[in-house]
Design a protein around this ligand. Structure first.
Ligand SMILES: *[C@@H]1O[C@H](CO)[C@@H](O)[C@H](O)[C@H]1NC(C)=O
Ligand SMILES: *[C@@H]1O[C@H](CO)[C@@H](O)[C@H](O)[C@H]1NC(C)=O
Length: 462
């Protein structure tokens, strides 16, 4: 009785009340900023029709999915906008998703900075839709909205996409200017220099939380010579979220918000994968000379040299190199059902023993042909539209892919049987220990990352 009396004593009650108030406040604050379904809106309604004043420029720099109309059922959303001045017809190119058939006509409201840095002049023009070819016939698709511009005048700083030019916009996107396009820029005469290599990965979803898989992916690719990684965050588990934050602080990766409110697979292909891949094409353009568009279970392996730089230097000596916009690498399955490499048991070290590339060394003898499950290394400036396995559109018809000989590079793909079941392991196979070239360095990187972050990120104990 006494204990109970002490528990409900006045000081304790006050503490309880404070905690409750804090909890409630926190929730309330969250709800006023973020709409119930989790999407933030930027409303420009109160602003003058022709001159707008952007008080908080930070709202302009962070990309996130924004609705085009207040009819959210339309599922017409925009994510990012890029200046594309590579050809005579110049555009602001907007990454969007929307209905696959009969898209609504669109307008682009372009914002131009006036002399006084806070005032913007605007101009509204008609835009065009361009469907991204790979959409699997689903109801919604990734698309471009193209806003034609005249680059001889000043460049727009931001753009809003509208379906009715008389209505006020619900979205605003910074126009990202990556281009260092010199006046005499010539796509057929690009420098062959291998400046910087990037990797783009389709949206991480389903509370993605495979901690060793993502560490191995990043660390092995760094050993291969990748300089930067781009990830899209649909949903992450808390361990991977923490690991990624660490890589962000080291400047190794960029993670973009990807709260796309369209049902994956049913309404749009894999979390809007083609919007992400094409965003990544324009995001990396002019920053990275070569870009790989791959999944977390895929590794393009140079077979004769140790790094991508040496691989690309070799490929650049081929006659077609100057018009090559992508290097296609054939797919080889390393089925996960095959037993582990016999060497792995000697590694008395648990996190390292999870390494998929060291465990799975048996691969199917027969390779898939180019374009079927193949992956590529792209030269972004030469391309206008990427797909998952090949390039859909080059900047010019005279540009194209180079089919890389499997003796020179092979795409190692670590997965279960692609048609379900376990029968795939009956097919003829060979042991391929190519990754063992990197074994000691890879294990040392995984170990040091794992032990450094194990407590901070509450990684699984092995
Ligand atoms: C944005 O503007 C619309 C009217 O166009 C209004 O209905 C809505 O409540 C506004 N939203 C916010 C968050 O201010
Ligand atoms: C991923 O997205 C979620 C939901 O928007 C967010 O809470 C989290 O901070 C993001 N994580 C990273 C690493 O960007």
């Amino acid at each position: 009785m006494k204990i109970l009396a002490r528990l409900v004593s006045l000081p304790n009650l006050i503490i309880l009340a404070v905690i409750l108030t804090l909890l409630i406040c926190f929730n309330v604050i969250k709800q006023t900023i973020i709409e119930p379904d989790g999407y933030e809106y930027i409303n420009l309604t109160k602003l003058d029709r022709n001159i707008i004043i952007i008080k908080d420029k930070s709202t302009l720099t962070k990309e996130t999915w924004q609705y085009v109309t207040d009819d959210q059922e339309s599922k017409f959303l925009v994510f990012s906008a890029y200046l594309d001045d590579r050809k005579t017809d110049k555009f602001v190119r907007v990454i969007a998703v929307g209905r696959t058939r009969n898209p609504t006509p669109v307008w682009c409201k372009l914002y131009y900075k006036a002399d006084d840095q806070n005032t913007y002049g605007t101009k509204t023009i008609q835009g065009n839709h361009m469907v991204i070819s790979e959409n699997w016939g689903l109801k919604y698709t990734a698309r471009y909205v193209l806003c034609p511009i005249d680059t001889t005048k000043i460049l727009p700083d931001a753009v809003s996409i509208l379906t009715n030019p008389d209505k006020e916009p619900m979205n605003i996107l910074t126009v990202i200017v990556n281009s260092k396009t010199p006046v005499d820029w010539d796509v057929f005469n690009l420098p062959k220099k291998i400046d910087s290599i990037a990797v783009c990965v389709k949206p991480l979803h389903n509370e993605y939380n495979k901690e060793i898989e993502i560490m191995e992916f990043i660390e092995l690719h760094r050993l291969l010579g990748v300089n930067h990684f781009y990830f899209y965050n649909h949903t992450l588990g808390s361990q991977v979220d923490c690991l990624l934050r660490n890589y962000i602080s080291e400047g190794v990766i960029t993670v973009l918000d990807w709260q796309l409110p369209i049902i994956s697979q049913k309404e749009i292909r894999t979390e809007g994968i083609f919007a992400a891949l094409n965003d990544c094409l324009y995001r990396t353009m002019w920053h990275h000379s070569h870009v790989l568009f791959i999944d977390l279970d895929e590794y393009i392996m140079p077979e004769q040299v140790d790094t991508y730089k040496e691989l690309l230097e070799h490929l650049n000596t081929k006659p077609k190199a100057q018009t090559t916009g992508s290097f296609s690498v054939r797919n080889a399955f390393f089925y996960r059902q095959w037993p582990d490499d016999e060497d792995i048991g000697n590694l008395n070290d648990e996190p390292a023993m999870k390494s998929i590339t060291l465990r799975k060394t048996r691969r199917k003898t027969e390779l898939n042909p180019h374009r079927i499950r193949s992956k590529y290394i792209a030269r972004p400036e030469m391309i206008t539209m990427v797909g998952n396995h090949f390039i859909w559109q080059y900047l010019d018809r005279k540009l194209g892919p180079m089919n890389v000989d499997p003796e020179v590079a092979l795409m190692h793909h670590y997965r279960v049987c692609e048609f379900g079941g376990d029968d795939c392991v009956e097919q003829s196979s060979i042991v391929d220990r190519r990754v063992y070239t990197y074994k000691d360095r890879l294990l040392s990187e995984i170990r040091s990352k794992y032990y450094k972050l194990r407590d901070k990120c509450q990684l699984l104990e092995y």
